[in-house]
Ligand binder design. Structure first.
Ligand code: PMP
Length: 397
């Protein structure tokens, strides 16, 4: 018998971006076999979830929080997220505007299923987080790419975005602080984009998972524009702010009809989020100390990595203003990002992500996470520079 066939959806979501993790997977396998590899490839730092949050989880289990939770989330957690959002965005957010999801990834996936009609155009800014193409196409959308310029530090380019809008544009997906570029979008431009979307009845979906890691100033967000909140959706989580990647606790914030649709979808898909995880998440949201500590830690890590990379005469990058990653231009080596990442792992035991996962326009880059301690980051940067310079010298010999 022939193989039983799969849906066209399964084929649509297995695009090139899903191959970007291959180098990291090889590195992980070699690490499991006992090899000493500096893995800077997955956005999952070496930090443990703070003890009070762990203890809150044990307590929640012991006190019987082991049942189905309400589909949109425990009201206590939705209120805590709303309070947190009110502070972050500078004006009141109601608990009813929040739905708890399985990580920001779960929130992104279900958001696009709720928004998109077959063939709707979704504008995505490149370089973009590697799962966006699959998220958009899984929802039935057609991805329209707007390329942000390296010379502009990958800042929002309103003129380009506006020029890409058609009558089929359903949503614009943005991410700040950005994975992979480390850009933090300027608040004034975000205001203009939120207003433009609102006027044109286009959804603006703002992925803010690195909200706690803005290095140079306060968090910026389109959701600050109160009069545009009926067309703006925030995607967020505790993964990066509290070293909780494995907990899978995220949320979306949006207008009532969106939350209702997300709740219906939650019934059909996940049937809610773990009750004990939700209970512990309230402790995390109140833990301001961890947020401050982790921001300072990532600034030191960024500096350790960037200082090391600056010792190269040829490699190009912008110092990240937020997040956990440096996007390194390796064109000088004559290699593609894929070749660079594969050979770097082979010869120097450092794992990074090839740029093609974030879009064709950055295929000659690699993404490096500042995800381990400063000492190892210094060693990693020395190895990256040594490897890159050896390739440049070959070209010029
Ligand atoms: N969006 C971006 C930009 C990310 O970098 C990530 C995680 N790497 C996610 C969403 C998903 O985050 P979560 O762990 O909350 O699902």
């Amino acid at each position: 018998m022939d193989k039983c066939d799969l849906s066209s959806l399964s084929k649509r979501i297995s695009g090139p971006s899903s191959l970007a993790w291959d180098v990291g997977d090889v590195a992980s396998k070699r690490m499991l076999a006992g090899e000493d590899i500096i893995h800077l490839g997955i956005g999952d730092p070496d930090l443990d979830t703070p003890l009070p949050i762990q203890e809150a989880l044990f307590e929640a289990i012991k006190s019987g929080k082991t049942h189905y939770a309400p589909l949109a989330g425990e009201m206590t957690l939705r209120s805590a997220i709303a309070d947190h959002a009110s502070l972050l965005y500078g004006s009141a957010v109601q608990a009813e505007s929040v739905i708890v999801c399985n990580g920001a990834q779960g929130a992104l996936f279900t958001t696009f299923l709720c928004l998109t009609e077959q063939g709707d155009e979704i504008i995505v800014l490149e370089p973009c987080y590697a799962t966006y193409p699959a998220v958009v196409t899984a929802g039935g959308g057609k991805m329209v790419t707007v390329i942000l310029e390296k010379s502009d530090d990958y800042q929002l380019n309103l003129a380009k975005i506006k020029a890409s809008v058609t009558e089929r544009t359903k949503a614009i997906l943005i991410n700040s602080p950005s994975n992979p570029s480390g850009t933090v979008f300027d608040q004034q431009t975000l205001v203009e984009l939120a207003c433009f979307c609102n006027e044109r009845s286009i959804w603006l979906v703002s992925d803010e998972v690195y909200w706690a890691l803005c290095f140079d100033g306060p968090h910026t967000s389109a959701y600050r524009v109160e009069q545009c909140r009926n067309s703006t959706i925030v995607i967020n989580s505790l993964s990066k702010s509290h070293a909780m990647t494995g907990w899978r606790l995220g949320w979306a914030i949006g207008p009532p009809h969106f939350i209702e649709a997300m709740t219906d979808l939650a019934q059909a898909s996940q049937f809610g989020v773990n009750q004990f995880v939700q209970t512990a998440a309230i402790t995390a949201l109140k833990d301001q100390q961890t947020i401050e500590k982790s921001k300072n830690l990532f600034i030191s890590r960024r500096d350790a990595l960037c200082d090391g990379l600056r010792l190269s005469n040829h490699l190009g990058f912008s110092t990240p203003r937020g997040g956990m990653f440096v996007l390194l231009d390796i064109s000088c080596t004559g290699l593609s990002g894929k070749e660079f990442a594969e050979q770097l792992l082979e010869t120097e035991n450092v794992a990074v992500v090839p740029g093609f996962g974030f879009g064709q326009s950055v295929k000659n880059t690699v993404r490096i996470g500042f995800l381990c301690d400063e000492e190892r980051l210094k060693i990693a940067s020395q190895r990256i520079v040594r490897f890159a310079e050896s390739k440049v010298n070959k070209i010029t010999e």
